[in-house]
Design a protein around this ligand. Structure first.
Ligand SMILES: Nc1ncnc2c1ncn2[C@@H]1O[C@H](COP(=O)(O)OP(=O)(O)OP(=O)(O)O)[C@@H](O)[C@H]1O
Ligand SMILES: [Mg+2]
Length: 270
């Protein structure tokens, strides 16, 4: 991808159907190869921002350019090409459970294949070696022919990462990639994503509910709340007070609708 910064957002606004404002006055610049963590309470707009960064949705107002190209000017084939350059890993990893791992990994290439090629690959997987290499890179090379739904949650998350490696994008967006795994595995997966970004130079943006992981592993941390950016700074500059402000008034999801007067307790690793 040419042109720096890679992402350039200016006063981006996103309003959904019934007037729900999900992003407001959002400015952002991300350079190629940067590693950024986004944190913030539920409903802050993190996923909405990612869906904009991977060109699934468009801003209601404001400017979004990727690699020097204005996304508002991209349609059809050029929009699909841009989407192919951005790989997304979702919390629910969006794998097809009943397919073998190899097919899920190979589906990372679907964006660049014809329909016939894709169907043919279901019968006889093309790019087997590349898929095996991607799985080996994420530490589960031996699972190539396992059924996806027979893997553990953590292994499935690795398959989702291997699928993105197969896609070979310029940017990896990981939306809460570790919220369904235990803390030690969460750390391993974050380290794996960082190592991939390090070795390949791919830009990495990760949405995280764990402030610990964000502050411990990412050089740059963005705090979002109610659709606006509260801070965008080096991890070392994120103070307990900033975190308190970020999460104040936030009702934890497991609070079963019981509004809490106390801010959600957070362990802070600074
Ligand atoms: N498709 C949609 N239609 C209407 N409103 C939406 C839509 N997607 C998101 N929103 C609203 O936009 C706001 C931001 O949602 P978003 O999913 O981006 O938050 P988030 O920070 O990712 O939250 P979480 O941490 O829970 O994943 C929320 O108020 C949400 O209800
Ligand atoms: Mg979200």
């Amino acid at each position: 991808m040419t042109g720096s910064p890679q992402y350039h957002l200016e006063r981006v606004r996103k309003v959904f159907g019934r007037g729900q404002v999900a992003l407001e006055g959002f400015d952002l610049q991300v350079a190629e190869g940067e590693r950024v963590a986004l944190i913030g309470p539920s409903g802050a707009g993190k996923t909405t921002l990612f869906r904009m960064l991977n060109c699934t949705i468009r801003p209601t107002a404001g400017r979004l350019s990727i690699g020097g190209q204005e996304v508002a000017e991209l349609y059809g084939r050029r929009l699909r090409e841009m989407r192919r350059r951005i790989g997304t890993i979702y919390q629910q990893h969006n794998l097809v459970p009943r397919l073998r791992v190899v097919h899920n990994v190979l589906s990372g290439r679907l964006g660049s294949w014809s329909l016939l090629g894709s169907l043919a690959s279901l019968a006889r997987p093309a790019g087997l070696e590349t898929a095996h290499r991607a799985l080996t890179d994420v530490g589960i090379g031996e699972k190539l022919f396992s059924r996806t739904d027979e893997l553990s949650g953590g292994q499935q998350q690795r398959v989702a990462i291997a699928r993105v490696l197969m896609q070979d994008p310029d940017v990896i967006l990981a939306d809460e990639p570790v919220s369904s795994v235990d803390p030690s595995l969460a750390e391993t997966i974050i380290k794996l994503l960082l190592a991939i970004s390090d070795h390949t130079g791919k830009t990495l943006l990760v949405n995280l509910h764990s402030t610990d992981l964000a502050l411990s592993y990412f050089p740059r941390v963005i705090g979002m709340k109610a659709g606006v950016k509260l801070f965008d700074t080096a991890a070392a500059q994120v103070t307990p007070e900033l975190l308190q402000e970020l999460y104040s008034g936030h009702v934890p999801e497991n609070g079963a609708g019981e509004p809490s007067r106390e801010p959600e307790p957070r362990r802070i690793a600074v």
